[in-house]
Design a protein around this ligand. Sequence first.
Ligand SMILES: *Cc1c(COP(=O)(O)O)cnc(C)c1O
Length: 354
Amino acid sequence: MKHLIRKEFLEKGYVFATRAAETALASGHTRPARLASNENPYPPSPKAVKAAADVLPHTNRYPDETNKEFIDALKKRHGDYRFVASVGMDGIIDTVIRTLVADGDRVAVATPTYSYYGLAVQAQGGVTVSVPRKADFSVDPATFCRDAAGTKLAFLCTPNNPTGTTETPETIAEICENYEGVLFLDCAYIEFDGTDYRPLMRRYWNLIIGRTMSKAYSLAGLRVGYAFVPEWYGPVYQRAATPFTLNMVSQAAAAAALRDTVHVKKIVSVVQEWRQRFIDECPYPVVPGGANFVMVDVAPQKADDVVTELAKKGVIVRSCASFPGLPDHYIRVSIGEPWENEAFIAAITDIYQP
Ligand SMILES: *Cc1c(COP(=O)(O)O)cnc(C)c1O
């Protein structure tokens, strides 16, 4: 039936970090340190868990199609912006692309970065234009606008996955002013950094800020993402979205998690402390960043070799060799539970070769 499949889906797809896990298991580590996926190692707020359990008996009905409870919680948290919600930020990215990109349309992506933008653009028949970051992985607004000229949509991730680097609001403002398409700012990790781009929503017609409940809020398994969108764009998005986006359980949990500000603050400060310890104690240079992971330069070693070595010691991290535009000597290490972080520092110190 191969002839029936669109060429975009014949091969490849999203790369999961499974090989390192197999190596760890083969080396006898039944419970390795899992530091490859940027998950939050801590469970969600108990209030979110209770809210989810409380709605389970009512799931014979369809959920509220306006996601009112979650949107109200967002407005209480962030102010009176226009929001949309979906099944993870990946769901938002998909829907945004569906509204703006038709066959052959060009979409700019500031690379190296998260791979899903490119896959989603391709799925819609669009063409990705890579806009390379500078040597320090920051984005130069003038270069960005020049390289992205003529595209309808652009993706910029800050703090960036996998480099961790963060752009200033001034850089983003300059891009919004000079870019003629819609800028999608992916802020999946922004809670761990604290830079505030929200006020830019009041000034620019062409800015969308994507956020997720998967990382700082520990709800990756429930799949909830949201975005700040300009007024004009809200109805456009709704027309392209599936009729029911958030399920009842996810929505109840996400709203309760947002309201529990004490829980998320505690998690963020623990992550920030460990990020500093990684920077101080890792023998290889760590790229300064603002996420719940760090990118480590393991040169002159190769990333894939270091990942295998660490896996043999029971520590699973992500090789960045598969990120287009990045040389093959970087690994990405998520900040996990204290025992996992200790295991990483011990293992990387052990295998260090200057
Ligand atoms: C994790 C991640 C997402 C996706 O988040 P979900 O809400 O879980 O779909 C989006 N962008 C980046 C850069 C991420 O790392």
